[in-house]
Design a protein around this ligand. Sequence first.
Ligand code: FAD
Length: 323
Amino acid sequence: MSKKIIVLAESREGALRNVSFEAIAAGKKIADGGEIVSVLIGDNVSELGQELVAYGADRVITVQSEKLKQYSSDGYAQGLLAVLDEENPEGLVFGHTALGKDLSPRIASKLGSGLISDVTSIEEDGGEPVFVRPIYSGKAFEKKVVTDGLIFITIRPNNIDPLPKEESRSGEVTSLDADIKDLRTIIKDVVRKATDGVDLSEAKVIVAGGRGVKSEEGFEPLKELADLLGGAVGASRGACDAEYCDYSLQIGQTGKVVTPDLYIACGLSGAIQHMAGMSNSKVIVAINKDPEANIFKVADYGIVGDLFDVVPLLIEEFKKIKA
Ligand code: FAD
């Protein structure tokens, strides 16, 4: 049966996040030919609506207010619930991002609905969607179906391919005048960590360093390689604890969960807590001096050697390819 699906889009610094397009594609898999309505909340975001249409949204609703300039669960929940009141959808799709993880349980509880979080793929059984999600830190996968009520999922970034962008797609972009009541939390200022370049959680290529990188300066060749490949730098907790880099780069059970196309692990041992955050990467390359290092168990390609020899060689070769 065809369903109307609301997809929450996310923008940051005036640009849509890629997970918004992936969520539209996920919505299409659930909608069974029904309508995809993308909702964009913020301040001055209406000019982004057309891009959501180009990625497959049938309709876009923006909820804009000065009070929604910064994310707050209170403000965004008010904005989204106003849309849901009018639209009565059969399904909701959010990104499994910091925002999605914060907002989705609140909305689910307000609606009295269940929530399937961190979905990595959507299969089909007898015309009904089956949601696949990792459990036990990625060591197993479970499959879930919704038998009754609203379908509400969050999707892990980088796992569901967006639809191709087609500027010729047409769709209506409207704005909803939501009455956003005074917020209980006012964000006065946001101080961003200086992560130049690509967002780690959405990066297609990640070059990660561990304790073997040995110093803050040791990360420089990793940054150069990441830049060359249009990727981001990540780290093990070992490297963060040793103060070689910022904790915002930490990948793993207590850090970020990433699924890039290519993960290059340099001088990290592959502790189970680290692998919980990266073992679902599509291709894993490990560089480690120790041939017995655990990381080689999940690596598609392993290089036994000193990272300070191997990484410069990789940089040299990729420069030749790019030249
Ligand atoms: P090490 O284990 O010390 O490994 C360093 C590696 O570098 C070694 O394999 C060595 O052979 C190699 N090496 C050294 N020099 C070179 C060189 N020149 N060239 C090539 N290779 C070299 N860890 C995380 O990463 N993320 C998490 O989210 C996380 N959460 C945790 C949660 C809990 C509750 C606990 C208890 C631990 C958690 N940890 C986490 C820590 C984890 O258990 C490991 O201690 C940590 O991942 C080790 O970091 P590492 O691999 O960089 O260091």
